[in-house]
Design a protein around this ligand. Sequence first.
Ligand code: ZN
Length: 701
Amino acid sequence: MTTSISPLLRGKGLPEFQAISPELVSQDIPVLLEQLDRAFSELEKSLESALAGPSRLSWDAVMQPLQAIGERLRWSWGVVSHLNGVCNSPELRDAHATQQPDVVRLSNRLGQSQILHRALESLQSSPADPLNATQQRILKSELLSMQQRGVGLSGDEKAAFNRTSERLAALSTQFGNHVLDATQQWTLKLTQPNEVEGLPQRALEALAAAAREAGDAEASAESGPWLLGLDMPRYLPFLTHAKNRALREQAYRAHVGRASEGELDNRALIEEILTLRREQASRLGYAHWADLSLSAKMADDVPAVEALLEELRAAAYPAAEQELRDLQAIAREHQVPEADDLAPWDVAYWSERLRQSRFDLDQEALRPWFPLPKVLDGLFSLCSRLFDVEIVAADGEAPIWNDDVRFFRVKRSDGTPIAGFYLDPYSRPASKRGGAWMDECLGLKKQPDGSVVLPVAYLICNQTPPVGDTPSLMSFEEVETLFHEFGHGLQHMLTTVEEPEAAGISNVEWDAVELPSQFMENWCLDHATLMGMARHWQTGEPLPESEFNKLRSSRTFNAGLATLRQVHFALSDLRLHSQWTPELGVSPDGLRREIAATTTVMDPIPEDQFLCAFGHIFAGGYSAGYYSYKWAEVLSADAFSAFEEVGLDQEDQVRATGARFRDTVLSLGGSRSPAEVFEAFRGRPASTEALIRHSGLVAAA
Ligand code: ZN
């Protein structure tokens, strides 16, 4: 009699998604964690005796067993997390939440193991065989990550470090909960038609649905009541379209004042978080938290980030001032009394009026030209042009988790298979997390017997589903999202790095990881790419040239204001984490207002306590890293400009440049420093010129 291995513990191959139940998760994950815990103890034991012995450690002796442990955890817990995102149910969510703390505990144990740390150090300084550049880089980042988890501390320092880590985790959770509660707490019931005048149908429906949920069973989009709230799907359309200025002001003041008073006041939490982070940084030998954060990123140091942000700020500021004047001009045309004295709650509203009058662009009306099958054809033929790969449908050849899901194979043009990917395109609000993402299903791996496991990616979007015979008709934004995630997927799938710790997106610095994804977005407005795929789903007609031009020219609309806003956030984050201390004599909000003097064209109002809702840096992973959005955009725009330089219509040159992008950015992954990879592609370090030009921020000559 043979006992078959549980589908959750198999640890290799494509998972049998449908066989993995919540019960199996509760039953098997503890078994797995115990096995891995034991395996790690054995590894520690053997490393300890090896360290005491006369011979040097080899890469394989340390890294192979470590990788095997990590991979078994990644494979099994990866499937559970994946299903939790795409096939959620209360039972699965419970099973996931119950196991998560133990998973974290195991990975902390690995990350803080003194023996492992000593073994890695010994491997770094005196390996049995010379290490290649990739191996050296992997070791360097492993050691850095362990050092930042406090492995080098001992005694009281270590105890204080661990206590503070826990306190910081609790503060982050509390901060996030306050924002969530403050956002949900505020609602405004609207009953008069003049209170919702100007709102598009979709927004009216969302407000009526919220009213129904809150107990107004009769609420309808046409006759109300409508329940306004501060969550983005309700707040943003209201600020953008509502004609009623007094209500816009009321909602705006509530929004920027979230979590800044009463029981949900985050101000004290901000000071405590900043103070504790500074302490942690100093325990680890850094001057401040920003230095700690940047030590693991592509950006060298605080001055380097400041310099980049200043280049963008200087280009964006005059443009933003002009954009504000343009908003005043259109408000004047509409003869509203506030035209000469616009307030923050007027900006989105008049921007939308100006956008409509300038571009006459109705994004909804473009959907029929972007049916998913045509968009995929366009995306795949772009990949074939640029990277010399064929992408073919392979539905039915791999287990799936939902009937919407498709499976594809990626091959070289000579037919050699190199990767595969799942595409789960449509929104399923009841069981699928919102947003879009790429995740790893399988990583490239050379087996001991010489055979190779090919990488497989999950590409998850949340776009408009098909209805009856109508295919999924995508908005232009949804097209960009698909290209974006596909860019992440390409880096995972086209990797040639054989060390899993540095293959694909692994070991790529946080501020460089969005390079391939944002790079791919640029192609959505490339004439040949867009016009090649935009075909009316019924008539087959191409998108009218006039609509293409509107899309193209609207891209830089209000780019000055948008850039300045990101610079303002990034600089506030950076300076709070490098300059602020309780002794500075100014509150975090005060420091932010000093920064606002040169990074906003409209002063924040007194109630504006934006920091109290800045979850990215106080509740998420972006502390002293918010600048990464712009940093990676500089890289991606500059990478795309290599294609512009050779001429986007010069087919041979475009192909050659694409091959170079494939052989550097897409294939080298985390095996080299991102600056080195970028230079290998571009022949020089990155420059802000392309991003500034693409954003239309260059003053007309
Ligand atoms: Zn991304």
